[in-house]
Design a protein around this ligand. Structure first.
Ligand SMILES: [Mg+2]
Length: 235
């Protein structure tokens, strides 16, 4: 069995019913007076830094995209994200099989779970706390640390070392996510990828990424565990 499973959040563990998008759009509206900024910006699988940087470059190119702006934006976004998650908008849920899978992994002392997500760390926390999943992940590599998702796998390795997982090789690591960016991130760093079609991409689209495993969802705990196990057997 691989030693470390790195889970994406949106489209993999949960769906927020676009609460994140609404919160970001509202933050842009409040801070820069621009409506519907994210309408044409690709979102899935990208880091919050990448999304906000592109939106700002498109709609307010004269505005400096420095960390002062980013942190102020983030803080207001987190407030509005909390509000949006608490709203009665539909589509918010934990995806099928997530809790049974995490329960099964809890019984495997040889396997560690953590997060690898483009969300700001505090955004990840707000989202997962809303669904009661935050305590299931002892640590993570978060979107604060990079613009490009591929750069988050080395961050995850560093965090793994800090958390007592020294000597981990890339072959011991599996990235579980719902977009081609998740698969690219895994392969860029020599890890393997499990792609799950519970986000915006079909199984066929995910097969085309070269992911080692593609599943419609994570609902069949035994099948998912044996698929993950098979990644190690491949050597
Ligand atoms: Mg995702």
């Amino acid at each position: 069995m691989p030693q470390l499973l790195l889970f994406d959040i949106d489209g993999t563990l949960i769906l927020t019913g676009r609460a994140g998008v609404r919160a970001m759009n509202r933050t842009f509206r409040e801070t820069l007076g621009i409506d519907d900024v994210l309408a044409g910006v690709p979102l899935a699988g990208r880091t919050d830094r990448a999304i906000l940087g592109e939106a700002l470059a498109r709609f307010a190119p004269e505005h400096p995209a420095d960390d002062t702006w980013l942190l102020a934006f983030r803080d207001r976004y987190l407030e509005l994200l909390t509000e949006e998650l608490g709203s009665d908008q539909p589509g918010k849920r934990i995806l099928p099989g997530i809790e049974p899978l995490l329960d099964a992994l809890d019984d495997r002392p040889d396997v560690h779970v953590a997060l690898l997500t483009g969300n700001f760390a505090l955004g990840a926390e707000v989202k997962l706390r809303h669904f009661g999943l935050w305590s299931r992940f002892p640590w993570g590599a978060y979107g604060d640390a990079a613009v490009n998702r591929n750069d988050l796998l080395p961050v995850a390795f560093a965090r793994a070392r800090e958390n007592g997982l020294g000597g981990l090789s890339a072959a011991d690591v599996v990235v579980i996510g719902d977009t081609p960016h998740d698969v690219a991130c895994a392969h860029h760093g020599g890890a393997r990828a499990v792609a799950v079609a519970t986000g915006p991409y079909s199984e066929a689209a995910l097969e085309a990424t070269g992911a080692e495993v593609v599943v419609p969802d994570l609902s069949d705990t035994r099948a998912v565990l044996s698929a993950i196990e098979s990644l190690t057997a491949r050597g």
